[in-house]
Unconditional design. Structure first.
Length: 471
């Protein structure tokens, strides 16, 4: 129920509703030069990629549980990701009944980067379950300084919309799907344009409104194994086909909003849905620049570090920067007492460095100063890059859009020896899920229960004490 959601969710709900409406009423598509290259990529996508031996040597992640190390490799490795089998995705694709020449065109995706990643997973899951092809989505990027400005002009031709290949590694997506889900065909949005060299003819432009699914409430997980998306989709598609009088050849393009938190992936008693979800997350690999920067920063750190998501950017709607800082420092002390020197599970004898994930260069200075008085050496991406012998690292960071700088911080958080996040933040929760071998944050690693090696604590925020299900 929307009424029970906290302020942050409601704010995103309003924003996303507006965007869904704008998106559904717009028929135009983005122009990029990628369209023709994806066709050749698709035709070769059965060639497996190989990783170079150097990657494993550079990225030290033996302290991570194996599934977390795998996630890091698939999403952040500087060179090609290691070949991985994606068994849950393979199973879901084998099980699906495939609709020839029907493609989903997901839209309505926007917000911060980790919310977008969750919406992309919703899109992929809808296509796998419905057994359709996929038109790579276009997603708006937000303004670098005014983080509440999504530049979503008046339709999706607005400059801020970038096709998937400008957000994430499309070669990885196409190659992985080619191996694990060969029946799912992928088209670049440019290929729908009449003048494109590898143009795809469209017979039907259709639309399915997921928010009309019986009982649906925005941001309350709706579909799950007991209420499958596939059934809803097939009913809607049958209606569209029955009412259609188009003749000729071509594909059917179905516009559909990739709604935030559409799926509850934790209530499948077999656990299969969660496994699929975790594998879908590994399809969303960052572009080369943020991946390289993560790797370079890691080489500048010569001892274990704890990661803190300091949500102090000026669009924060949660606890003040000062409150967060004091809470985080308390948790750092507790984590050090439990996992540090003197404990049986001690990771090292020297007090770890603290790396702050934060998009505000001023706030990190405050944390570093106060941290010092409490015996913690605190650093962040700008400082590490400045100290680096390689001046291009800092240039590379500063050249990245805000959300891609967030990708750098995300990689650093996944790699940390202990992670501290904040309950209301999608970024914090996404990192916490990624660090747990089961793909879900279970409980604080400061508790007595076995944390599976997740080494994570989410600080409960006064404004939003938990995140709605399921990122
Ligand atoms: C697409 O964009 C390129 C520049 O990126 C431009 O040269 C070309 O004319 C555009 N094509 C269309 C059809 O808008
Ligand atoms: C945040 O600060 C930047 C300058 O650092 C400013 O341009 C922007 O408008 C601010 N945003 C909000 C929401 O206050
Ligand atoms: C999702 O499923 C879990 C496990 O059954 C349940 O506890 C939770 O309430 C569900 N969440 C939503 C939003 O339906």
């Amino acid at each position: 129920m929307l009424g029970t959601l906290r302020r942050s969710s409601v704010i995103s709900a309003i924003g996303i509703c507006v965007l869904v409406t704008v998106w559904l009423s717009s028929g135009r598509l983005q122009n990029t030069s990628f369209g023709s290259s994806i066709v050749s990529t698709i035709s070769q996508h059965t060639t497996p990629t190989t990783s170079t031996a150097s990657t494993a040597a550079i990225v030290k992640n033996s302290h991570l549980p194996a599934p977390v190390s795998l996630y890091f490799n698939q999403v952040f490795s500087p060179d090609d990701a290691n070949p991985h089998d994606f068994p849950a995705l393979r199973k879901a694709c084998d099980r699906a009944t495939w609709h020839e020449d029907v493609y989903l065109q997901c839209g309505g995706m926007f917000a911060g980067m980790t919310s977008i990643m969750s919406e992309v997973k919703v899109c992929f899951k809808m296509a796998v379950e419905a057994g359709t092809g996929l038109i790579l989505p276009t997603i708006p990027i937000r303004d670098n300084t005014n983080l509440l400005e999504f530049n979503n002009n008046d339709d999706e031709t607005g400059d801020a919309y970038m096709p998937y290949d400008q957000w994430f590694d499309t070669k990885h997506l196409v190659e992985t799907l080619g191996r694990a889900c060969p029946k799912m065909k992928i088209i670049h949005p440019d290929q729908l344009k009449p003048d494109h060299a590898n143009k795809v003819a469209v017979k039907n432009h259709w639309e399915i409104d997921v928010s009309k699914a019986p009982g649906y409430h925005f941001t309350v997980s709706h579909f799950w194994t007991g209420n499958p998306f596939r059934k809803f989709f097939d009913d809607q598609l049958a209606k569209l086909e029955k009412d259609s009088s188009t003749t000729g050849t071509g594909i059917s393009v179905i516009k559909i909003a990739s709604l935030f938190l559409l799926y509850n992936i934790t209530n499948d008693p077999t656990g299969g849905d969660l496994k699929l979800w975790n594998e879908l997350a590994m399809l969303i690999r960052f572009l080369e620049k943020p991946r390289q920067i993560v790797n370079q920063l890691l080489t500048h750190i010569n001892r274990p570090y704890y990661g803190v998501h300091f949500r102090a950017e000026n669009d924060s709607i949660w606890n003040s920067a000062e409150d967060q800082m004091h809470n985080d420092l308390d948790v750092l002390d507790k984590a050090w007492a439990k996992y540090g020197k003197g404990s049986a599970s001690g990771i090292n004898s020297q007090k770890p460095l603290v790396y702050l994930a934060c998009g505000d260069e001023k706030q990190v200075e405050m944390f570093a100063e106060v941290g010092k008085t409490r015996g913690w050496e605190v650093t962040h991406k700008w400082e590490l890059a400045q100290k680096s012998a390689n001046p291009t690292t800092l240039e590379m960071i500063n050249a990245l859009p805000f959300d891609f700088q967030g990708a750098v911080d995300m990689g650093m958080m996944v790699q940390s020896y202990f992670f501290i996040g904040i309950s209301g933040s999608a970024f914090s929760n996404t990192v916490a899920h990624a660090r747990d071998p089961i793909g879900r944050y279970r409980w604080s690693s400061l508790e007595e229960e076995d944390d599976g090696g997740a080494r994570t604590h989410i600080v409960s925020d006064g404004v939003q004490s938990s995140y709605p299900c399921c990122l």
